[in-house]
Write a protein that binds this ligand. Structure first.
Ligand SMILES: Nc1ncnc2c1ncn2[C@@H]1O[C@H](COP(=O)(O)OP(=O)(O)O)[C@@H](O)[C@H]1O
Ligand SMILES: [Mg+2]
Length: 599
């Protein structure tokens, strides 16, 4: 593929920082990859190159493209990963500086809720645990819960555990306070790349800024009209900070979209006129279809896709349905299934990992990796049931506290003169923690699958077998050393985009947020109605106006995924909290100049 003059200009600027601002489909990611290729061709060592992507799936795709152009070794030698994965590496190498032991557990929401409930009980606090968790995840704690938060942090640390935000905070702390660590990364990476810079948070920015501080060579690409993660802390002004930190830089603007045809570009330009884009190809379709009920709408979407696939050369995989919310997608999924349309639902893997039996399996692994992880230990101690009683657990806990050891260590001591059954379990656990990764996987699988089989719970056994398959695939594909720790690190990064596999002939169903960075020939945007998309069309306060702006950018992201056609649908009635609600057409349809047509 021939790069345009502007694309080429950006991709060939190797000796200073570069900021590429450009619209959707203008080749930002492509330019970033070309720049990496140019660096290696000009004799830069791949080990000096770091590229940050927004998701794990994007990292994988980028690595594949680099492999195609430069070969496997070069791709393996450079670091292409999310900022989250980078922070995990910082913690696993330098975590001891911040008081962490080996095998830090990454706690997800459920794990944290366990701790929160305990803290709230002990401190007699009545807040909803979920509210507290939300505050923790956002890094903004209500003054009333400052003490509880301190206790929460204390317990996390006792368990040698960290959460998503803590991972970034601790990595930042280490880079800021441990000169060796900062020098290690800042010296190693002469060339730092950042895709989707429009969605960097203040924390992401700190990481990029510190890693690039020595050689001052960053290559950032992004599009302010696609900032859609403010609710998760992304802050577009960080780009200005980066620009002033690296004053010797060049800026490039790419205006031509190679993805979307003229009709789609027109709608995009109408929606965000300040961001005028040019189309590279004519034609394309943008239609709006209206229905009397959401059921009619869902049936139409499924039936229409089926008819098109059966009567033309279009494939199922050419279609993506991008709903504003999961609730909207659910009804459509049911219609697709009823009509026998093969469908891939983004987020399926995440859901699978959340199933009880899979969590139990992973809890075992967490204890193997991190003997201090008492919360996981408590969850597996009686799974399968071993008759280990509350009193015994209380005794183990007290002993652990007194001797300042973990529950696992305490259990090992306690059970050394215990009755046979408990002793046997201890021996099993001891053997398990010493085995190789494949042995551990096999043993845990055997333990849980036998137990579920005895109870006749076939679906659970099936799920456990499926997990073995997924682990085997991971073992084959991972670039990291195969061990419990690297497996758990991968798990903490699983994201809804992981389910989108290009080569399967299936319709893709996902939320607009998940579609970030992806492209599809035919895009369907359901429920284009006020109070759905946008979630709220009122703009009577500055906050609501800001929120509406983000919804508009989100609609822009949805439109601009399309390589040939967009179909927006809406229903006049929608069931909201059990009642029919009359729906008005989304303000964005009018803003984008999208006329309606009855199907
Ligand atoms: N110079 C070019 N000529 C033809 N197609 C291009 C060119 N640059 C990019 N593309 C194509 O346009 C699409 C969007 O590119 P991508 O890098 O994903 O854009 P962005 O990251 O800006 O959204 C891809 O299918 C890509 O192959
Ligand atoms: Mg991109």
């Amino acid at each position: 593929m021939q790069l345009t003059k502007d694309q080429n200009g950006a991709a060939s600027c190797l000796d200073k920082s570069v900021f590429v601002h450009a619209g959707p489909g203008s080749g930002k990611t492509r330019v970033l990859i070309s720049r990496i290729v140019n660096l290696v061709k000009s004799k830069v060592s791949p080990t000096e190159i770091l590229a940050f992507t927004f998701t794990r799936a994007a990292a994988r795709e980028m690595r594949d493209r680099v492999t195609d152009e430069l070969g496997e070794k070069a791709a393996r030698d450079m670091w292409i990963m999310t900022i989250h994965a980078f922070c995990m590496r910082v913690i696993s190498t330098w975590g001891w500086y911040a008081g962490y032991k080996e095998g830090v557990s990454i706690y997800d929401d459920r794990d944290q809720l366990d701790i929160i409930r305990g803290v709230q009980k002990d401190l007699s606090i009545k807040t909803k645990p979920e509210t507290f968790l939300k505050e923790i995840n956002r890094g903004k704690i209500h003054a009333n819960r400052a003490v509880a938060f301190e206790e929460f942090n204390f317990r996390m640390r006792e368990n040698n555990a960290i959460n998503y935000i803590g991972l970034l905070d601790k990595a930042i702390w280490i880079l800021a306070n441990c000169a060796d660590a900062k020098e290690h990364y800042a010296h190693k990476f002469r060339y730092v790349h950042l895709d989707e810079m429009n969605d960097t948070s203040d924390r992401d920015y700190s990481i990029v800024s510190m890693v690039a501080s020595k050689w001052k060579n960053v290559f950032c690409v992004g599009d302010l009209s696609q900032t859609i993660f403010s609710f998760r802390g992304s802050n577009a002004t960080n780009i200005d900070h980066l620009k002033s930190q690296f004053p010797d830089h060049e800026e490039f603007f790419l205006r031509k979209s190679f993805r979307c045809p003229q009709a789609v570009i027109d709608a995009c330009n109408n929606l965000l006129p300040d961001n005028a884009l040019e189309a590279d190809k004519d034609g394309g379709f943008v239609t709006v279809c209206e229905f009397n009920s959401e059921d009619e709408e869902a049936q139409f979407i499924a039936g229409n896709i089926k008819t098109i696939v059966e009567t033309s050369d279009r494939k199922y995989s050419d279609f993506a349905i991008l709903g504003r919310t999961h609730a909207v997608n659910e009804g459509i999924f049911n219609a697709l299934r009823a009509q026998g349309v093969p469908t891939c639902v983004a987020g399926t893997k995440l859901k699978f990992y959340g199933q009880e039996e899979i969590r139990q399996f992973h809890d075992y692994l967490k204890v193997m990796a991190n003997g201090r992880d008492d919360f996981s230990f408590k969850r597996i101690v009686n799974v399968p049931p071993r008759g280990i009683k509350h009193v015994t657990l209380a005794r183990i806990s007290a002993q652990a506290r007194d001797a300042e050891i973990s529950l696992l260590e305490s259990a090992l001591i306690h059970f050394s003169d215990a009755p046979t059954e408990e002793k046997k379990w201890l021996a099993d656990l001891g053997a398990l923690s010493k085995g190789s990764f494949p042995d551990q996987i096999r043993s845990i699988h055997h333990l849980l699958a036998t137990w579920y089989e005895d109870q006749g719970l076939k679906t659970r056994v099936k799920a456990l077998n499926k997990l073995l398959g997924l682990i085997a695939t991971w073992q084959k594909e991972t670039e990291e050393v195969v061990c419990v720790e690297s497996y758990l690190r991968m798990l903490s990064e699983v994201n809804a985009q992981d389910d989108i596999v290009e080569d399967k002939d299936e319709v893709k169903l996902m939320t607009v947020h998940t579609s970030k960075g992806l492209e599809f020939p035919n895009v369907i945007i359901p429920a284009c109605e006020n109070m759905v998309f946008p979630l709220n069309n009122h703009a009577d306060t500055p906050e609501k106006l800001e929120a509406l702006g983000e919804e508009r950018r989100l609609f822009y992201v949805a439109l601009s995924r399309a390589k040939s056609a967009v179909t927006a649908t809406r229903s006049r009635l929608r069931v909201v909290r059990g009642r029919d609600r009359e729906q008005s057409p989304s303000v964005f349809l009018k803003e984008a100049g999208m006329g309606s047509s009855v199907p």
